[in-house]
Design a protein around this ligand. Structure first.
Ligand code: SF4
Length: 163
């Protein structure tokens, strides 16, 4: 059980003992809170939400949403929302992106996993830097080598502006 559910059950128990909450209602709420959801049911719910998310307008330049979606407001990055789905759907966001077309899923999953190794970097003249983000992992499939004293050992000067 998650910490959130434990806290909710604790709060419900306190309500039951300190107020005159009818026992049928207490049991109903407790059962709902402690039920272990089937993965299939949760995936189906997430797939419905994903369908709704696909209708949300997206700024193609900033890759941020232009209308509220669930608890997210305008301006939230697509990446953050993808991450939320990725953590919850049993087959990950790659499955949702390609509607379960298995041929694409492993490769997209791999690239999505590698993109998680990218991070902000100020060395904009490094050839692995794209818009302030280090993309070294997308090329070499490992994180760049960074030394505490010498900085990034994977740095490579970009002679011409490729981007
Ligand atoms: S390889 Fe190193 S210097 Fe180059 S973008 Fe990545 S972190 Fe920055």
């Amino acid at each position: 059980m998650t910490a959130l559910k434990k806290n909710a059950v604790g709060a419900l128990d306190a309500l039951y003992h300190n107020t005159n909450l009818p026992s049928e209602m207490y049991e109903l709420l407790r059962d709902a809170m402690t039920e272990i959801e089937l993965l299939r049911d949760r995936d189906e719910e997430l797939e419905e939400l994903w369908d709704q998310f696909e209708d949300i307008p997206m700024n193609q330049e900033t890759e941020c949403i232009e209308a509220p979606f669930l608890g997210w407001g305008v301006g939230i990055s697509r990446e953050e929302i993808w991450h939320w789905f990725d953590q919850r759907h049993s087959k990950g966001v790659a499955y949702l992106l390609y509607h379960g077309q298995e041929d694409y899923v492993p490769e997209t999953k791999r690239l999505y996993g590698l993109s998680k190794l990218c991070f902000g970097c100020e060395s904009t003249d490094c050839q692995f830097n794209h818009g302030g983000q280090c993309r070294f992992a997308l090329v070499h499939e490992v994180k760049p080598s960074i030394s505490e004293h010498s900085g990034c050992l994977s740095y490579e000067y970009r002679a011409t502006d490729l981007w």
